[in-house]
Ligand binder design. Structure first.
Ligand SMILES: Nc1ncnc2c1ncn2[C@@H]1O[C@H](COP(=O)(O)OP(=O)(O)OP(=O)(O)O)[C@@H](O)[C@H]1O
Length: 258
């Protein structure tokens, strides 16, 4: 379970990324975060695994405070949290297998990892992860020879090899075409359902949010302005999340299906 207790984040330049957020995300949920550009979606996600330090409040992961954790404890908490980025964050010149195996680094000594000493079990785990996203046949190809959608699948496989209990995905489909977008979102949903890995996904598309989320959280200027089941997120709700524009104009801009 992820718990945010009265969390605020103010950047050094005074910009407010998050404003007193209080919520919890239960194991196995598929949460989609929506909101205008600058609403705080990335800050929200990156605060959860402490890629960003928060200014106030506390974030708990399975009962442990990631906000207060130091050294090994922080390392152990982070091991349970996989991260997926818009730009895939792969080592492009390394093989797919090597990239997926890098999900195992949290389980071994630095020296072993520098020498690339992965066990048979690690390799089996990495191969299983690649099979789960249907790209096992690409295991020994260089990552930069894959399409964008395939590269994103490698990054999902890396999170699976990490044995993450939570996956945070920051705009995972923003640079993909519609068909590939559907494939990657389907992968995330299948993993959520089959492995009960909690998903917290930032998306720009309202239609995708409605199609995949079990719960939608709407942010506006760092504040939660909607938090509910996807089925409760009506056009009016989205218009309020997306701010001051009139309803018709907003729904047109953000692609709410009529
Ligand atoms: N490194 C930073 N330094 C200063 N201000 C920042 C920084 N990162 C984000 N902000 C500010 O914090 C607020 C929230 O930004 P954030 O990137 O979290 O929004 P977002 O919803 O993810 O936007 P987008 O959809 O464009 O990625 C914005 O006002 C932004 O300008």
């Amino acid at each position: 379970m992820i718990e945010l207790r009265n969390v605020s984040k103010v950047y050094p330049n005074g910009a407010r990324g998050l404003d007193r957020i209080d919520l919890q995300i239960d194991d196995g949920e598929f949460v989609v975060i929506v909101g205008l550009s600058g609403a705080g979606k990335s800050t929200f996600l990156r605060s959860i695994n402490r890629l960003h330090e928060i200014s106030e409040g506390e974030i708990m992961i399975n009962g442990n405070s990631i906000t207060k954790a130091r050294g090994n404890e922080l390392y152990r908490i982070r091991r349970d949290i996989g991260m997926i980025f818009q730009n895939f964050n792969l080592v492009r010149r390394s093989s797919v297998m090597r990239n997926v195996l890098s999900g195992r680094v949290g389980y071994h000594s630095t020296l072993k990892m520098l020498l690339g000493l992965f066990s048979k079990q690690d390799k089996a785990l990495a191969m299983d992860a690649l099979k789960r996203v249907n790209i096992a046949e690409k295991a020994y190809i260089r990552a930069d020879q894959l399409s964008g959608g395939q590269q994103q699948r490698v990054s999902i496989a890396r999170a699976l090899a990490q044995e993450a209990k939570v996956i945070l995905a920051d705009e995972p489909v923003a640079s993909l075409d519609p068909i590939t977008t559907k494939q990657v979102m389907d992968d995330l949903l299948r993993i959520n359902q089959e492995l009960h890995i909690t998903m917290v996904v930032n998306l720009h598309s309202v239609d995708l949010a409605k199609a995949y989320a079990s719960r939608i959280i709407g942010l506006n200027k760092g504040k939660v302005v909607f938090d509910g089941k996807a089925a409760e997120a009506t056009d009016e709700v989205f218009a309020s999340i997306y701010g001051n524009q009139n309803h018709e104009q907003t729904t047109k801009q953000i692609g709410v299906a009529k």
